[in-house]
Write a protein that binds this ligand. Structure first.
Ligand code: HEC
Ligand code: HEC
Length: 293
């Protein structure tokens, strides 16, 4: 009996070891995969430093991850992985020394490094929608930042991260874009639902609250709260004033203080016109049960 148990134990350990090897090999292959050529972004548009700063610090919340100085820093450092938001400036350790505008653009709007490998966590699905002018502006703004001397090491996956990648639970936005195709051409700026929809994508609302904004737990660690349903099912009766106040103050009409995972400090700095456009768009979104995309 004892010997049988010992054999079973041995077998389980062996199966476990094989699983670990499979996970490590699969996820390393994923991380090092080079994606098939994506349609490169079109020629960059008209750059405005002022617009670039607004996009970086507010409308697209780049600063939340890359820092207001663009110098990056630790983003996740736990058992899942060590992932830094890279230093985007031209200081020592930054990508700015080597990157051309096209390199920046491919990383931002396609989620792909110059060597063809895919970025993790960087929300390029959202930024793929950037107009040529917004892309040009944010790149010009990054280039205008003072050089930051900060080394931001390459991503290193831990055991949980390897498992997440191997099971496709940690998506690469580059692949999502290849699967879904590129977003439609951007509408001209305006206080209307079309532009509101554009903003809802480039400011990450759709990344966290779902493409159809029905909320749920799409991003973040298990400790982060699920994103609220923003369709009429969720915040249906809110007035424009309720919406704007919540975005600007981080406190909703019921008095609930929003968890900081909801980037209201940056997104709430969007202009009145931009927030009104998003609100107008939310009013056109069909009601959906929570967590349905
Ligand atoms: C949710 C956090 C987050 C936000 C928001 C974000 N980034 Fe990133 N970004 C990252 C991470 C993390 C990486 C590195 C990914 C990797 O190494 O696989 C990255 C990588 C990049 C790279 C590629 C650098 C390299 O090493 O090749 C560029 C360029 C970049 N981001 C620009 C931006 C810009 C511009 C914005 C806003 C429009 C932005 N990011 C918003 C997290 C973020
Ligand atoms: C990084 C993920 C993330 C992004 C990006 C994001 N949200 Fe959120 N949002 C959340 C989470 C999570 C909550 C729930 C917070 C809580 O429960 O305290 C939330 C809550 C909210 C609420 C409060 C709802 C309520 O009933 O209190 C509103 C309004 C909202 N988000 C709107 C937006 C809009 C508009 C955008 C785009 C400009 C956006 N969010 C972008 C994650 C995000």
């Amino acid at each position: 009996m004892k010997r049988v148990l010992r054999w079973i134990g041995f077998l389980l350990v062996a199966i476990g070891a094989v699983c670990v090897v499979i996970v490590v090999v699969t996820s390393n292959r994923e991380v090092n995969a080079h994606v098939a050529p994506l349609t490169p972004p079109t020629v960059l548009g008209q750059a405005s430093l002022e617009r670039g700063k607004h996009v970086f610090t507010s409308a697209s919340s780049c600063a939340v991850c890359h820092g207001a100085d663009g110098g990056g820093g630790p983003f996740i450092t736990d058992a899942s992985m060590t992932l830094y938001a890279p230093n985007l400036t031209k200081g020592p350790g930054g990508v700015g020394v080597a990157y051309s505008d096209a390199d920046y653009d491919r990383a931002i709007r396609r989620g792909v490094r110059p060597d063809g490998t895919r970025l993790i966590i960087m929300p390029s699905w959202a930024y793929a929608a950037f107009s040529d002018d917004d892309a040009a502006s944010v790149i010009a703004y990054i280039r205008s930042l003072a050089p930051v001397d900060r080394v931001t090491p390459h991503v290193k996956l831990g055991p949980i991260g390897l498992l997440l990648v191997a099971t496709h639970k940690l998506p690469f936005d580059a692949t999502r874009l290849l699967d879904e195709g590129l977003p439609p051409s951007p509408p001209p700026a305006g206080v209307n639902s079309e532009y509101g929809r554009y903003l809802a994508r480039i400011s990450g609302c759709m990344g966290c609250h779902g493409t159809h904004l029905s909320g749920g737990h799409l991003l973040g660690s298990p400790d982060d709260p699920p994103a609220t349903n923003l369709t009429p099912t969720g915040i249906g009766a809110w007035s424009l004033a309720d919406f704007t106040r919540t975005m600007r103050t981080g406190k909703d009409p019921a008095g609930h203080e929003l968890n900081p995972f909801m980037p209201w400090r940056t997104a709430g700095q969007m202009t009145d016109d931009e927030l009104t456009a998003i609100y107008t768009y939310l009013k056109t979104v069909p009601a959906r049960p929570t967590g349905q995309g």
